[in-house]
Design a binder for this molecule. Sequence first.
Ligand SMILES: Cc1cc2nc3c(=O)[nH]c(=O)nc-3n(C[C@H](O)[C@H](O)[C@H](O)COP(=O)(O)OP(=O)(O)OC[C@H]3O[C@@H](n4cnc5c(N)ncnc54)[C@H](O)[C@@H]3O)c2cc1C
Length: 370
Amino acid sequence: MTDTDVIIVGAGAVGLAVGRALASRGQQVIVLEKNDRFGEETSARNSEVIHAGMYYPTGSLKARLCVAGKHAMYQFCAERGISARALGKLIVAPRPEDLPALKVIHDRGHANDIPDLEIIGPERIAQMEPEIVAAAAIWSPSSGIVDSHSYMLALLGVIEDHGGALARNAPFLSAVPIKGGFEVRVGGNEPMTLTTRQLVLSAGLWSTQAGRAVDGLDPALVPETKFAKGNYFTYGGKAPFKHLIYPMPSVGGLGIHVTPDMAGHARFGPDVQPVETLDYRVDETRKSIFAASIRAYWPKLDESLMQPDYTGIRPKIGNALTQFEDFRILDHTVHGLEGLVCLFGIDSPGLTSSFAIGEEVAQRLGQSAL
Ligand SMILES: Cc1cc2nc3c(=O)[nH]c(=O)nc-3n(C[C@H](O)[C@H](O)[C@H](O)COP(=O)(O)OP(=O)(O)OC[C@H]3O[C@@H](n4cnc5c(N)ncnc54)[C@H](O)[C@@H]3O)c2cc1C
């Protein structure tokens, strides 16, 4: 007998979604969180955009889990009265030369099971967003925004309703495989040792450290996590947008976009800035780069109304700063430790995918689909 069925390391959107999936299948779940509260790191510092799923190579985990996660998130939020709105999004191509690249994204979207994407021309763009200047755009009606805090609170609610618990100020220190599970050392004010049948690492920016702390996990399977900051600026003036407006994506990020937030204000960002440390201050020197990028599709921008807002930091693994890297979800078929699932490189679209990642992890731990 172990103390619990499952220990999940990390109470971000992903760890909590894994907890929801397992608790609702009758598993006894404990989520360990090193901070005072759940969801204070990357899950609280992003664009809160529900992505449609057209950016990722067909067949990748990102493509599959983003599309499945999007549908599941809209449904979960609707059932619980959480704000999630399909505002729709325009990916704008400022110049006619960008059209072939736009078509590639559009066609990949169709291949990724997003049938409602359309390429539209300047007339329709002008009807939808009169101040946007573009040669063409992809219209994605299923893209939207979500109140990520309420979403995480609801996931935690499901865990607790099924008798599970969130342990706050409870850093995971290490794990050792034992017969039928793992022995887990937890630090903090009340250090303890717990035994569990199964262990899930969902530690976001700290996933390399978490992976290295599992005895018997081949270090070659634990990728280095690099940090890529995304700065945001708010707009003091009236930004006349009803939809999400995205430029063409760039390597490592989706381009400096405009997101009308839940309160109806506009926010610009994020950019992609490789950093060595977790410093969440906005780099204000980037304002002019932002302005130039936004003016390419919104010439009326008044740069003087841009104010530094907040930042988030993406966990990047492998060569993610220069090329596509997929989520890494490692189970016993890869590392040989029965009952262990490790999540690495859960950058964007990790929020959108979270619900589906939870389902994926549950199945890899031997639970059947509900
Ligand atoms: C700038 C930016 C914009 C983004 N925009 C979007 C977007 O619009 N849409 C989208 O879908 N995705 C977006 N993302 C990606 C998304 O935010 C993340 O993929 C997602 O939030 C990751 O969730 P997580 O639970 O894996 O990580 P986190 O939210 O970082 O949670 C990990 C948790 O683990 C805890 N932890 C770490 N180590 C330990 C330990 N040893 N013991 C106990 N606890 C530990 C941490 O304290 C943290 O609470 C964006 C990301 C960034 C940075």
